[in-house]
Design a protein around this ligand. Sequence first.
Ligand code: PLP
Length: 447
Amino acid sequence: MASSVLYSNIGNPPTQIIKGEGHYLLTEDGLKLFDATSGAAVAALGHNNPEIKAAIVEQLETLDYCYLPFFTSAAAEKICSFLTESTGGEMSKVFIVSSGTEAVEASLKMARQYFVELGQLPRTKFIARKQSYHGNTLGSLATGFHKGRRAIYEPILAANVSHVSPCYAYRGCKSGESDEEYVNRLAKELEDEFQSQGPDTVCAFIAETVSGTTLGCVPPVPGYFKAMREVCDRHGALLILDEVMSGMGRTGTLHAWQQEGVVPDLQTIAKGLGAGFVPIGALMLNKRVVEVLSRGSKAFVHSQTYQGHPVACAAALAVQNIVARDGLLDNVKLQGELLGKLLQERLSGHKRVGDIRGRGLLWGIEFVKDKTTKEPFPAQEQIGQKIHLKGLEPKYSISLMPGPGIVDGKDGDIILIAPPYTVSSADVKHIVNTIAEVPSGRYLSIT
Ligand code: PLP
């Protein structure tokens, strides 16, 4: 019988997973796939965790749901307190939603409302970055830059978003340019964009702290976010850091900005928060933003039916308790270093591997047609997708995430490696050994 599920490719059903167990996904064909990307950098604890199941059941037995705008729950209170405390009080309020996209939408609305509260009504614009991904709803899509994802919706996307270059050393940094010179150039580009938009009309600059799918796990060069923060401060605009993918421990600290020497005004989180056991995301507000809201209308003009869902909050709290109790952030750093080192050793010599970069347990391999010119593969070659499909063959049995369109939001490919925080050194070696075998075939042969 034909399936009623709307897949990304209507005519081409993906493999059905019948069970998740630890670091593995079991397919209907009897394969045991190593989940080397934790889904989409989500399943931080792997699959089928008895403690999380118990926390979910316990929550269901006490309170399954209440409508947050009217009521609160112990679960919502606890996870929000945990989150604000994890920032040392820098962020002082949290708005819990059900996905990363919703968190980004809420951040854009909050930024606008902040300036309305301050009486700065002309502030209506956002500056985002090329090759960024912030979600697929209209507001978040307008801030992102993936051309394929935007193309048919372009006429209905908000026109109040402009885009500057991302911090992408592999392609952006000129030969002979130091990190400092590169950062200064990017800061000037942002400054120029503020000037061309009219500095008093900009609400916020939004960026992923460590870029995820659309650029391919690119950490910023040292000093980049400090320089961007300075430009925002100079013009009284907010800094929104989208940590939907890079946050909640994925890059080695609970919040990725903790490695950048800056604190955002608004921060979005999702994937690692609930680790895939429940759909959950959140917008976190800096205390400065909260003060303005508290002095003003006192109400965020935004609410959602599943906001602060008790079951999602209880599961997320259980996830975060395990991450802390088991010292998993230390493991992310340790195994992340090993993963980076082994990927470099095994793959940097590959003639189609242009760049390998990452932080913590978030790594990307960028494939190129020509290593010297860095010419990307054209989008229609679907190289990342081919590698993903190859990984699903029985002899590899690995799930790898393709990231298409990383060059100007159109051509070019990466595969993303983001295993659970619980991986061992043996798991990391297994991942790298397998990947070293996977890139084969017409375009990716080593010879
Ligand atoms: N922002 C970033 C940086 C992301 O990586 C993603 C998803 O990959 C999103 C936003 C959208 O999150 P979601 O798919 O949970 O809506």
